[in-house]
Ligand binder design. Sequence first.
Ligand code: SF4
Length: 291
Amino acid sequence: MFYEGAIYRPPSEAGSLILQITVGCRHNACTFCTMFKDKRFRIKTYEEIEQIIAEARAYYPQAQRIFLADGDALTVDTAVLIKVLDKLYQNFPRLNKVGIYGGPKDILRKSVEELKELKDHGLNIVYLGVESGSARILKAVHKGVTPEEMIAAGQKVMASGLLLSCTVIIGLGGKAHSREHAIETAKVASAINPHYLAGLTLLIDQDALIMGSIQRGELEILSPLECLREIKTLVEHLEVTDCIFRCNHASNYLPLKATLPKEKEKLLSQIDDVLERNQTERLRPETWRAL
Ligand code: SF4
């Protein structure tokens, strides 16, 4: 059997074969996230992983891209991950890209040398959920790390030579902390200087702990235009050297994509088309907001 429970992967891994080497998320405490609430975290044994690889190979021998799930599969011991990577490249002759989710704490537990070793054995990209750069917001959503720790984790991946894709959540600070969220997130993202940065919009899952804050009026959901204003502030304050910035997930009201800093002015102008030049017909409808 390939999978235990629902499986999640980053949007850019849509075409990848997903192999579940852990079940759930070790942290599993973020108030906005319900992805793994029904799963008890565990790392699969190497024997289980070998069996999954054998089954997957029988179905998809030509797989070129593989994503290692679940929530923070980078938590697996480096020596085991290396064995898994070697096994993957032995079994899938056309394989050329392996991605993985890495929680900040899992990255911090590994040395840059360990991350380099993983790269040498064929790991290509780590997906890190930064969510916010604001200490207040990270604490409020129980992310479990400070902005300084988040920066250290991101910088470690960058120092290893692995590709790093970070996500932040637009609207996570609500109306009251929107500007703080945008500016502090830009600071953390700039300090990390990742290869990819994606802004997703806060999705409201009725079962998420964050619903309590919304119901008590502590967190007010941003309107589409307020989300766009927050993205504009974020982009204005970003100081990255070569980063593909995307807000083109299904959750985003206005699909945006640019290479920063090269296309910063063009990106800001696209945002202003809606904010200042009233091209609001370009916004996607809000129907997706409530899950
Ligand atoms: S670390 Fe990621 S997967 Fe785990 S609870 Fe937080 S957002 Fe969800």
